[in-house]
Design a protein around this ligand. Structure first.
Ligand code: DHB
Ligand code: FE
Length: 280
């Protein structure tokens, strides 16, 4: 059976892609961020996952405001990256696993989640950069992928409680797949940041620390926040933390914290990285 070995949660700032392209990993601005990935690499080297299920939000590359699904799951043989206008190099295509995708889709719909299924799906920086950071030396991403896009862009957004329930269903969907695959679930976005308006540049270190702490031992505590609470506490784009909650919920009960990094700022964002290993 497929087994969820753990979760990697991380911010997904486009400027990271430019730093990688320019080889700035040891630059004083970037070093504390890139060093924060060492612990992730040690864990990946030890656990060697076969598949990454990536919970992220699209920023207008695949979905635009005219049609924006609340939850969308990829079911394509491969997923292509494309120019979003950030000046990032386009990364090579990502291998899908259509059999696993359709199993997950069947399971999620049976579990009463009316998702959008995508047999073609372009993937943006929120999907590509975390995978590049996890396997920086691989020419192309070495694991199969299943993109899971959550709407964090156009309100109404799914509540943290809804995301938690969706994550639990995602976990059941993955672990009922009858092939021996090791699966890592990613949650990308956050932590606190606001890119626009009078509060542009807003960061909330105390709230981020609370989110990281609750994510480990008491993720249900985060389901008590509304989306408006998250906008207020974490910023308009800080709501992306619902992707972290979704990924954490896929792991179910007890987890152990393997690694954590927090660094302010990367671009406008409070950058957080966590590795949570599944206890079961
Ligand atoms: C930034 C952060 C994001 O999450 C994003 O999607 C784009 C930009 C930033 O801080 O620059
Ligand atoms: Fe984002």
């Amino acid at each position: 059976m497929a087994k969820i070995i753990g979760a990697v949660t991380t911010s997904h700032v486009p400027a990271i892609g430019n730093a990688i392209a320019k080889g700035l990993q040891n630059d004083p601005y970037w070093r504390p961020f890139f060093k924060g990935w060492d612990g992730v690499h040690v864990w990946l080297e030890k656990t060697k996952p076969d598949v990454a299920v990536v919970v992220y939000n699209d920023h207008g590359l695949q979905f635009f405001l005219d049609k924006l699904p609340t939850f969308a799951v990829g079911a394509a043989p491969e997923y292509r990256n494309a120019d979003e206008g950030w000046g990032l190099p386009t990364l090579p295509p990502y291998r899908g696993n259509t059999d696993l995708s359709w199993h997950m889709i069947e399971s999620l719909v049976a579990d009463e989640f009316d998702i959008t299924t995508c047999q073609e799906m372009a993937v943006d920086h929120a999907f590509t950069l975390p995978l590049k950071l996890m396997w920086p030396n691989a020419e192309a991403c070495p694991v199969m992928t299943v993109p899971v896009a959550v709407n964090t862009v156009q309100h109404p957004l799914p509540t943290p409680l809804r995301c938690y329930k969706f994550g639990r269903a995602l976990g059941r969907a993955i672990e009922s797949y009858d092939k021996d695959l090791k699966v890592v679930v990613l949650g990308t976005g956050g932590l606190s940041h606001q890119l626009d308006g009078p509060r542009a540049g807003f960061i909330n270190k105390a709230f981020d620390a609370m989110c990281m702490e609750k994510l480990v031992g008491d993720p249900e505590a985060l389901t008590r926040y509304s989306i408006d609470d998250l906008v207020e506490q974490a910023g308009t784009q800080g709501v992306e933390v619902i992707n972290w909650l979704t990924a954490r919920a896929a792991l179910g009960g007890r987890v152990s914290e393997v690694h954590r990094n927090y660094h302010i700022p990367i671009s406008n964002t409070a950058s957080g990285i966590m590795v949570l290993a599944n206890a079961a």
